[in-house]
Write a protein that binds this ligand. Structure first.
Ligand code: DGL
Length: 284
């Protein structure tokens, strides 16, 4: 056996799997591509089984397992990014138990940075009902006790409206939920920071902005997830080369959906400014 044969094969050029209940995780993929331009990504939108945020944990756990299995078996992924707050809250602990050798990075609502940066110490949190009701979220909230007042708003129907690019429903839901949360702004007792605790919501900041005013900061979790993914790859020595000559192009991205292909393709076009193809997947 030569020394080279004795070394484990490098995983540097294998893909990173990314999944969400639908198109929302594209906001995380956008941040991943910025942080890790040399990596290959396989994105799965589980739109045929969405929304996760209004389903029970058993559904979200079963779907998260099925997609992880698919990504490992079919794409031999070297790392997994759960680009969904709801799936992270319900399933990441179990996924890590079942796949101890796979680096798995999840996303949680950005409450900690929000509490740190808010001047009024009043922070709004928009998220799915599933995320807000989860034990993981409760623990996060308790860990910040006394640091800020958090106004929690479950946003039933908003992710689904974004999924289907239904402008009328998006505008109505954003108006209804921000209206129910209380005053936004820089005055005492007003929320000067709004956590977008679902990966779909960063795509409707243009609708939210006039509703909350110019001085409210929006916080999303894509960039910290991307940095954490980089750290996990570096630890293992699995980071892809950043040699510009080898930098992957759009061909380094693979898209699949369990729902409507055209909805994923147009979301990628709209938000990542890329013309791509998507495969229809049946993942059971
Ligand atoms: N994008 C998902 C999240 O971050 C949830 C959307 C859904 O309800 O399916 O929580």
């Amino acid at each position: 056996m030569t020394p080279a044969d004795a070394l484990p094969a490098s995983r540097a050029h294998d893909s990173i799997g990314v999944f969400d209940s639908g198109v929302g995780g594209l906001s995380v993929l956008r941040a991943l591509r910025e942080e890790l331009p040399a990596e290959r990504f396989v994105y799965v939108a589980d739109s045929g089984h969405a929304p996760y945020g209004e389903r029970d944990d058993a559904h979200v756990i079963a779907r998260s397992h099925a997609i992880t299995r698919y990504l490992l078996e079919r794409h031999h992924i070297k790392a997994l990014v759960v680009a969904c707050n709801t799936a992270t809250a319900a399933a990441i602990k179990l996924l890590r138990q079942d796949y101890p050798d796979l680096p798995i990075v999840g996303i949680e609502p950005a409450l900690k940075p929000a509490a740190a940066q808010s001047q009024t110490k009043h922070v709004g949190v928009m998220a799915t009902r599933g995320t807000l009701n989860s034990e993981k979220f409760r623990t996060l909230l308790e860990s910040l006790h006394g640091q800020a007042t958090f106004v929690l708003q479950p946003c039933d129907g908003l992710a689904d409206a974004i999924e289907h690019a239904d402008a009328t429903k998006i505008i109505a839901a954003c108006a209804r939920y921000t209206g129910a949360m209380g005053p936004f702004g820089t005055e005492n007792n007003a929320m000067d920071t709004l956590v977008l605790g679902c990966t779909h919501y960063p795509f409707v900041t243009d609708v939210l902005r006039p509703l909350v005013g110019d001085h409210v900061a929006f916080l999303e979790g894509g960039a910290p997830v991307a940095r954490q993914t980089r750290r996990r790859l570096v630890e293992r020595g699995w980071l892809a080369t950043s040699d510009a000559a080898q930098r992957p192009t759009a061909a380094a991205l693979t898209f699949g959906t369990t729902g409507q292909r055209d909805e994923l393709v147009s979301a990628v076009q709209r938000w990542l400014h890329m013309a791509v193809e998507a495969e229809t997947l049946k993942i059971e």
